[in-house]
Design a protein. Structure first.
Length: 80
């Protein structure tokens, strides 16, 4: 089965600062519009939280293959 996944690394302190208070949004140009978070896990090797994101615009990944790392910029804006 083919999937269209990317791994998106997020530093734990960045995520904590975002969710500890206020509202935020991921800017429109950061990910394809159809992106959705499928899963997440803590990577002890890189000390990051890895989001598994799916989009029809990502290249296909075979079942059991290594999911490629997302290398684009992630733009986050605090609303409140």
């Amino acid at each position: 089965m083919l999937h269209r996944y990317k791994l998106v690394p997020i530093a734990p302190d960045t995520l904590f600062n975002l969710v500890k208070g206020g509202t935020f949004e991921v800017m429109e140009n950061s990910f394809p519009k159809d992106s959705k978070v499928i899963n997440f896990f803590l990577s002890f090797e890189t000390n990051t939280i890895m989001l598994v994101v799916e989009s029809k615009e990502f290249e296909e990944v075979l079942e059991g293959a290594t999911i490629p790392l997302y290398t684009g910029d992630i733009l986050i804006k605090k609303i409140k």
